[in-house]
Write a protein that binds this ligand. Structure first.
Ligand code: NAD
Length: 518
């Protein structure tokens, strides 16, 4: 772009031609830079109009970021781990001090209500706290005297330059799942955030710089498929973490691994809650409301299917949900009395509405219909109101595919076995939950359900930062989960050293058999 004159604060570049609309740049080598030949609009989804532009990186821009990161790597790798951890300590403090600003940026571009954005950020900060423990979890393993005068140890070395590609729905938390761990382990990182909500990532980069991170260790390139492909094909990129929809996750995983890169690619979901006849129904209803409609259903752990055991349970739950759903408020992110905000785009709104329509056409019953919802003052926003659908069947499109909107579907079955079969047969296996007072049923469920993250009376069983996050089946491609202990393994490579320092007078005999200790 030739009309870039200079750079300003907060991720914006200044342009000569269109001063009313701010243009977000990239963050490379510690600076906001304007590179790439095109831009793309960023929307305020509550209002339904463009609020900013973001630069879209071309391959040359990505190559520049990789070069910068590659040059920063040797010094960062050799920085003592306690010093790397201290940057994370400072970063955590800055995240807390600037929480309101981060939540504001998330609200402006994603539409998430401020209390929800705070929750997202807090979950992200917990990953930074975990990363602060790197001197402990990178200590390695040591065995003295594995043979005569021989000691052996395993150490965990950084990989080099690694990349993260993240979705729109957690503009701060999902990047924070990745880069604090990667960086504290001694890697340099290139983040390609969602082009739909890029500002939070740029601001996190500024805070990392303020925390004392050397330039070039963390870089943000904004962009679309071209930037992602440039990262996937770049020979210097050692590993790729991806979070997003399943078709793209499959593409990322197959491309990255075919190029010899380590990859973890987290995909979409369809999360079921089983409601047993002995469950505390009032609690079930309250927790279903938050888990199904919070964040407008745009969470990979959202509970989108309630499986009721028996018609009696289904009828009571639906009646109570219907009543409670009249009270739900949705609208602009800045109004904290709202329960949730808009969807991310007009295209996504159209898609969610089409799923509701398909359920109706295929024979389900729309109990509460949010398709025509128009919050006052935000009539052009990308809103769909809370929607409840009964009599959903396993062969319906709305059940088989991820909707990613404020839509709760109810399936009626007769037995717990039938409910578990339904879940185990679904192509996704991210999260699930059982509501019951029966310990035996809960134990059977947790043991036999084919899902990666399981709740018992806990609707959103998102693992805390010192465990790891991942689904089964088509919800995750790769061997290691995100963050926590698996994150530390993903971003390091084991090296095992076996060392002998024999006394000078000892002479070794020639030995042609495999060495053993007899
Ligand atoms: P998305 O797959 O459209 O985009 C994710 C990232 O991939 C973005 O950075 C985007 O720019 C990039 N991308 C999009 N199309 C691409 C292409 N053709 N080639 C290369 N890169 C491409 O996902 P989204 O709409 O941003 O996020 C919503 C999805 O993410 C949902 O399916 C949700 O379930 C999933 N998600 C999963 C988890 C998890 O932990 N499993 C967490 C959050 C979101």
């Amino acid at each position: 772009m030739n009309n870039i004159e200079n750079f300003s604060q907060d991720g914006y570049v200044e342009t000569e031609t269109d001063s009313a609309i701010q243009v977000l740049g990239h963050f490379i080598q510690g600076n906001i830079v304007a590179k790439g030949s095109k831009t793309q609009p960023v929307y305020n989804p509550a209002v339904g109009s463009k609020s900013k532009e973001v630069m879209i990186a071309d391959t040359e821009t990505v190559n520049y970021a990789v070069q910068v990161a590659t040059e920063a790597f040797p010094e960062w790798r050799n920085t003592p781990v306690i010093k790397r951890a201290r940057v994370m300590f400072k970063f955590k403090q800055l995240l807390e001090e600037n929480a309101d600003k981060i939540c504001e940026l998330i609200g402006q571009e994603h539409g998430k209500i401020s209390h929800d954005a705070k929750g997202e950020l807090q979950r992200g900060i917990e990953n930074v706290e975990y990363a602060c423990g790197a001197p402990e979890f990178l200590k390695g393993e040591f065995s003295k005297n594995v043979g005569p005068d021989i000691d052996s140890w395993s150490e965990f070395q950084p990989l080099g330059v690694v990349a993260g590609i993240t979705p729109f729905n957690f503009p701060a938390m999902v990047p924070l799942w990745m880069f604090p761990m990667a960086i504290v382990c001694g890697n340099c990182f290139i983040l390609k955030p969602s082009e739909k909500a890029p500002s939070a990532a740029l601001y996190l980069a500024e805070l990392l710089k303020q925390a004392g991170l050397p330039d070039g260790v963390f870089n943000v390139v904004n962009g679309d498929k071209e930037a992602v492909d440039a990262l996937l094909h770049h020979p210097k990129i050692q590993a790729v973490s991806f979070v997003g929809s399943t078709p793209i996750a499959e593409y990322i995983y197959s491309t990255a691994t075919s190029k010899g890169k380590r990859c973890q690619a987290l995909g979409g979901a369809k999360n079921h809650a089983i409601i047993m006849p002995d469950a505390d129904i009032d609690n079930v209803v309250n927790s279903l409301l938050g888990a199904a409609f919070g964040s407008s259903g745009e969470r990979c752990m959202a509970l989108s299917v309630a499986v009721a055991i028996g018609d009696e349970v289904a009828d009571v739950v639906i009646a109570k949900l219907k009543q409670e759903m009249q009270q739900l408020q949705f609208g602009n992110y800045a109004d904290s009395s709202n329960d949730f905000g808009p969807l991310i785009s007009q295209a996504h709104k159209d898609k969610v509405q089409a799923y509701i329509q398909s359920a109706e056409q295929q024979g389900a019953k729309i109990v509460v219909d949010g398709r025509d919802a128009r919050p006052k003052g935000f009539e052009n926003g990308f809103f769909v109101g809370p929607t409840l659908i009964d009599n959903v069947q396993a062969n319906m499109t709305s059940y088989q595919q991820e909707i990613f909107g404020p839509v709760l579907q109810v399936i009626r079955v007769e037995t717990m076995q039938e409910a578990m079969q339904l879940i185990n047969d679904h192509e996704y296996g991210n999260g699930t939950c059982i509501y019951t007072r029966d310990g035996e049923a809960a134990r059977y469920f947790t043991d036999n359900i084919q899902v990666g993250m399981v709740g018992v009376n806990v609707p959103l069983p998102v693992p805390v930062a010192y465990h790891s996050f991942g689904g089964w089946k088509r919800s995750l491609f790769g061997d290691l989960y995100a963050y926590g202990p698996d994150g530390a393994r993903f971003y390091t490579r084991r090296k095992t050293v076996t060392q002998r320092w024999p006394a000078a007078q000892v002479r070794e005999a020639k030995q042609f058999a495999m060495p053993t200790l007899n």
